[in-house]
Design a protein. Structure first.
Length: 111
């Protein structure tokens, strides 16, 4: 009984100290945050085969990368030469990427 009274609190402290799962930020929340921060931004979305083809082309560009995702939110701003992209996997935000508008257009033409 004495051993159990020592082991149970120790076990509970280990369970409570386990790292929490990363929070999932869904597409709707990201788009809401973008609209709040940049009201004039044009937001487009890409999914399915188009996303897979785009990421294959993007990952092949120097420097080579291994960006994954099944959905992308694309943010363009008037008079800004950069395109912001947020990747999503399983409905949760992943990486945020920035590329020049020229690179983005070339990648889209390659699809």
């Amino acid at each position: 009984m004495m051993l159990a009274s020592l082991l149970v609190p120790a076990f509970l402290s280990l369970v409570q100290a386990a790292p929490a799962k990363p929070e999932c930020t869904p597409v709707s929340k990201v788009k809401e945050q973008i609209h709040a921060a940049i009201p004039a931004a044009d937001i487009a979305e890409m999914c399915g085969d188009e996303t897979r083809a785009f990421l294959i082309a993007f990952n092949a560009e120097p420097p080579k990368s291994d960006i994954k995702g099944d959905y992308i939110v694309i943010v363009r701003m008037k008079d800004n030469p950069l395109v912001l992209m947020v990747t999503f996997s399983g409905g949760c935000a992943g990486q945020t990427l920035r590329v020049s508008d020229k690179v983005f257009k070339n990648l889209m033409r390659s699809l």
